[in-house]
Design a protein around this ligand. Structure first.
Ligand code: C2E
Ligand code: CA
Ligand code: CA
Ligand code: CA
Length: 279
């Protein structure tokens, strides 16, 4: 039997591609990670630009592998998306986030929202509203404390379907944010049709606002004016310097998020951060 195995191995070698094996390994590892509950959620604060109050925390998933340690989303989200595993991962992120919100309520923390990222694939699942309803029931979550982040490019994939889905989600009481705004191809007319509440300006534009005469500064100004015309709130992502924060405050950007105020952190660290900032 051993010899046969060897022969088979030789026979198949030329057709097996190394990248394929790696992907398959990763996919198997991801499945195990779901079964063994190896995902943890970090939370990043988003604050009101003027009052500095905490308005929302973004749930950002990390995979803690028993041997490899912490794996960041850039190293597994796209594979999860391609294989469809993102649907399960997304649901467990949502459940963990809702459970965390409940814990914070019980600890007496104020009623800031939690935002959860929806992948393009999740957003296209027609049973998404049902899944969310189920999780709300299980965790006794108040829908008004949940914000959903959908990337601009995902929302633009099938505009009419997006509008229908967003309407249902919004009618359930959630806040809807368009993530990574400015990197897709939406035009003003689409933005007007989407039933949304918040747009998050992509961090690639924020980097460039250091120079007030730059294209990035002009784009950020224009996005803020446009959003306010449409009665939307604006969040800037990736704010790292006071200079950027002051510019955004001058331009009436409603909320800011970035390393300047807090990195993504564990629930415990976020509680300590909150005490430090707010007492
Ligand atoms: P995103 O939704 O745009 O999230 C913001 C990312 O920017 C986070 O990276 C965050 O750590 C990082 N960031 C925040 N402030 C700053 C800053 O001041 N400077 C810099 N350089 N970076 C900053 P992270 O946590 O590695 O997540 C990367 C991406 O992975 C997210 O981008 C999101 O697209 C995706 N992701 C994370 N968690 C989930 C999830 O639960 N579900 C889905 N579908 N995607 C997720
Ligand atoms: Ca996001
Ligand atoms: Ca983003
Ligand atoms: Ca981004």
């Amino acid at each position: 039997a051993k010899d046969e195995g060897r022969n088979n191995y030789q026979f198949y070698t030329p057709s097996v591609n190394q990248e394929g094996i790696e992907r398959l390994k990763m996919e198997t590892m991801l499945r195990h990670a779901i079964e063994r509950d190896e995902f943890v959620i970090y939370y990043q604060p988003r604050i009101n630009t003027k009052t500095r109050e905490l308005v929302c925390v973004e749930a950002l998933v990390r995979w803690v592998h028993p041997e490899l340690g912490m794996i960041h989303p850039k190293d597994f989200i796209s594979l999860a998306e391609d294989t469809g595993l993102i649907v399960e991962i997304g649901e467990l992120v949502l459940r963990k986030a809702c459970m965390q919100r409940k814990k914070w309520t019980d600890l007496g923390l104020p009623l800031f929202r939690i935002s959860v990222n929806l992948s393009p694939r999740q957003f296209r699942q027609l049973d998404l509203p049902e899944v969310i309803t189920k999780v709300f029931k299980e965790t006794k979550m108040d829908p008004s404390l949940l914000e959903l982040e959908i990337t601009e490019s995902a929302a633009m994939q099938d505009v009419n379907l997006s509008i229908l889905m967003l309407r249902v989600l919004k009618d359930m009481g959630m806040t809807i944010a368009i993530d990574d705004f400015g990197t897709g191809y939406s035009s003003l007319s689409y933005l007007k049709k989407f039933p949304i509440d918040v747009i998050k300006i992509d961090q690639s534009f924020i980097r460039g606002i250091q120079n007030r005469d730059s294209d990035d500064a002009a784009i950020v100004r224009a996005i803020i004016v446009l959003a306010h015309t449409l009665k939307l709130d604006v969040t800037a992502e990736g704010v790292e310097t006071w200079d950027q924060a002051y510019f955004l405050e001058e331009q009436n950007c409603d909320e800011i998020q970035g390393f300047l105020f807090g990195k993504p952190m564990t629930p415990k660290t976020l509680q300590d951060w909150f005490k430090l900032e707010h007492t």
